[in-house]
Design a protein around this ligand. Sequence first.
Ligand code: ASP
Length: 444
Amino acid sequence: MSNKVVKFGGSSLADANQFRKVAAIIRSDEKRRYVVPSAPGKRFSDDIKITDMLYKCAELAVNNADFSEDFQLIKNRYNEIIAELGIDMSLDSEFDAIVSELKSRPARDFAASRGEYLNGKILAKYLGYNFVDAADIIVFDTKGVLLLEETVKAVREKLRELDNAVIPGFYGRTTEGFIKTFSRGGSDVTGSIIANAVKADIYENWTDVSGFLVADPRIVENPDVIETITYRELRELAYMGASVLHEDAIFPVRSAGIPINIRNTNRPEDAGTMIVSNDYDFSKESLSHTITGIAGRKGFSTINIEKAMMNSETGFGMKVLQVLYENGLSFEHMPSGIDTMSITLDSAKLEPVRENVLSGIRKAVNPDNLEIEDGIAILAVVGRRMKNTRGTVARIFAAMAHARINVKLIDQGSSELNVIIGVSEHDLPEAIRRIYDMFINSEK
Ligand code: ASP
């Protein structure tokens, strides 16, 4: 039977009203059979997530301090949801069990996992779905590394017998029997694993935005939503700091060829963003801008090296990179000229070894000129269609020239999936706005 795995984030399940929206979404499509909830998130911007409250309880418990007041606040939130939904259930025995476990064997992961566990109990009851404890099917080794094969097998065995299930996100159990969580935001990963195991048609990830945006809304006013993005494009944008999804949530569905659909619980009528593999049939798309997204990041430095006849000196690049290697540095970009080479890298990582790097390069290659320029921002213009479109780079530079923004670095990967440009940090917002205008507004 075909099915969809649906994961709901913390803000989608923050209170009773959000639970009602979630239930309506699930009930509106009978394929939405496997549901992965997060713990209750923020109801308003200054609110505290249940997960953070649980971490605080764990902290107190570890230090043998009293956590009853903090735990009471957690109980209140769940009890309020239960009362407002009018469901006939009590979590009192669960609360007592958590308190006694925290008193006898306080552990951060166990505490944090209870946010999803309790929310899953409520959601299962409210929907009339089966509850499956993630501790019984998500398996980690003793070091806390997910055992994907064992997990997939356990999930299949368990879910095979069930038409529907609520499986709390974020945690599992080690082979030694301890509760273990993924890193923060890890319910995304649980959803992805379940989707892989049940061979879902689609993995729907419901959150509080209508998908990935073409550009940061703090920079571009009301940017368009990306309708379709490939996994590779997503990686390029995510690397530059655009994040909606946990990074580890990609692999399990990608390897199984299952698309992810990012959806908005508060606007279920919006189609959201589809994340698909490279061989997806893009003819179904209605929108087709040349570019898919723009992202930028500050905090880079460039090491500029000049030496006459550099091009004929064998091993020049190798010697320079050896110095970086010896100082434990990786680099982001390395455009070069005949007698120049410039290396862009993370300023924060360079800072502690700055002098060593300078003296090391002087010693290794004896350059005519050597300097470090700080305050560089890197901007990535990403899009699978650039490959078949002429003039993209020219348009990027025209946009920069009109804005009188000096381009300090250019790099186009061989995949032609992105164009990277470096500008001064203070030029970054304007550069993003100009590129957005050039490719999105003017292509409308
Ligand atoms: N509740 C956990 C967190 O706040 C996991 C999740 O929501 O995905 O990080």
